[in-house]
Design a protein around this ligand. Structure first.
Ligand code: ATP
Ligand code: MG
Length: 435
């Protein structure tokens, strides 16, 4: 049975003959000997030493199977173990023009992403991501939430029409889903607390380091909750995922040079910062926002928060902050108005510390059919397009709420990635739909 490179690096294999499979990661030929670093199919690497004649014609990224004896040598790269090769079987000699070397531009790495995902950085990212998804799923299961799947081809907008991807659906027009929320809302009446992990699609027209056109959306919805219940779920989930991920993926995070000291502090409770107070804080610092025409003015109550104001609010924080009570005017039609404060929405965003910005949005949903119909009309939407959604308020409406978390936003914070594109293997943005 062939083993992985990472498996044989243990005293129990020293002196034993093993077989490993993988790809030529580095190749150094001397007069008599050749040093071949082999990368296995989980990113582990080990050096194999051959007499030079055995590896004639071998190229970077050729796929091979090596049989040899494990030896321990403190000088060996990658952990003090290496393989004294006996035989080598070649599956495929890779073309000599393999485009990924030690240094190249970010653009080239994106153009050649199908190959670049073999780099150790991308493998580390993929492993952390798999762990984050696994931990999230287990947290929901262990806490009594039921996993569901909502459709991704839909008729109605959730987050506003400007970022909708239109598609031809047989003889009608449909859209790619921006969020599963409306469907999760329908499900809670039958299934109680539910959650889903589905792709969401948004035609984001601005180039930023935190927007993708397709992202992994983790969403949860529950009946009979208050805003505080929804906040508790989020802070527990996020803290659990981070605390476990930094332990389970310490090696990968170290490879990415992520200092995890600040992540270790991420434990409930997270600060609850009322929106009005957030604006006051920004005003006291003279924070200005840029209008559409390019002019600047001081931020004021009623304005939405953007990446710059979010950064200002969280730059010195070591834990996420919930901003609560946004004006309903800057939030979608389904956000429930605070019955005690007109114009204030029972909505909260979780802002990651150190300027990473919004990672979740959530709150209570409007459960009254009259108010909701009004809000839909006020936003210039057609209530007829939401008839099934309005039924939920007609037949047994209950107070309910939930939230949505962007997995790549969470990943960017955990890995300290410069750009959200680094956190996904095949990113989709306005300017990139291949490979
Ligand atoms: P933002 O204001 O940051 O653009 P949003 O308020 O439009 O985000 P929501 O509709 O609240 O986003 O979506 C819920 C969550 O989904 C966000 O908190 C974020 O984590 C994630 N998200 C939203 N849009 C994107 C995107 N284009 N790319 C990656 N993640 C996203
Ligand atoms: Mg939001």
């Amino acid at each position: 049975m062939p083993l992985r490179a990472s498996q044989i690096k243990s005293p129990e294999y020293v002196g034993r003959e093993v077989t490993i499979r993988g790809w030529v990661y580095r190749l150094r030929k001397q007069k008599e000997n050749a040093f071949v670093i082999v990368r296995d199919d989980r990113g582990g690497v080990v050096q194999c030493i051959f007499s030079a004649d055995k590896v004639a014609g071998l190229t970077i990224e050729s796929s091979i199977e090596v049989t040899g004896v494990v030896i321990q040598d403190a000088r060996a790269p990658e952990g003090g173990y290496e393989i004294k090769g006996k035989s080598i079987k070649v599956y495929n000699i890779a073309g000599i023009d393999y485009p990924i070397g030690e240094y190249q531009s970010d653009e080239l790495l994106l153009d050649k992403r199908h190959l670049a995902l073999r780099t150790r950085k991308m493998v580390a990212m993929a492993k952390i991501r798999a762990t984050v998804l696994d931990l999230s799923r287990r947290w929901f299961v262990e806490n009594g939430w039921m996993e569901v799947t909502a459709p991704t081809i839909v008729k109605g907008a959730v987050e506003g029409g400007s970022t909708l991807f239109k598609l031809k659906y047989f003889d009608e027009e449909a859209y790619l889903s921006q969020s599963a929320q409306l469907y999760l809302e329908a499900m809670i009446f039958a299934l109680g607390p539910v959650w889903s992990l589905t792709p969401s699609f948004r035609a984001e027209k601005s180039r930023t380091v935190r927007h993708l056109a397709e992202f992994s959306h983790l969403e949860a919805e529950a009946p009979w909750v208050m805003l505080e219940d929804i906040l508790l779920v989020q802070e527990q989930l996020v803290s659990h995922v981070i605390q476990s991920a930094i332990k389970e993926r310490a090696e990968e995070l170290a490879y990415l040079k992520r200092d995890t000291a600040d992540l270790k502090k991420v434990e409930p409770p997270f600060e609850r910062l009322p929106y009005d107070k957030a604006i006051e804080m920004l005003r006291s610092k003279g924070f200005a926002i840029t209008e559409e025409d390019g002019s600047k003015r001081e931020i004021r109550v009623g304005d939405d928060l953007n990446i710059d104001s979010e950064r200002e609010l969280t730059k010195d924080a070591s834990k996420p902050i919930f901003v609560i009570g946004y004006p309903i005017a800057v939030k979608p039609f389904y956000v429930k108005e605070d019955p005690d404060h007109r114009g204030v929405g029972q909505a909260a965003d979780m802002l990651a510390p150190a300027g990473f910005g919004e990672i979740t949005s959530g709150g209570l949903r409007e459960d009254d059919i009259v108010s909701m119909t009004e809000r839909i009309k006020k936003e210039g939407l057609d209530p007829a397009a939401y008839d099934w959604y309005l039924d939920l308020r007609k037949y047994g409406s209950v107070p309910h709420g939930g939230f949505g978390l962007g997995i790549e936003r969470l990943m960017r914070w955990i890995t300290n990635a410069d750009d959200i594109k680094d956190t996904v293997l095949f990113p989709r943005t306005m300017s990139r739909v291949t490979p």
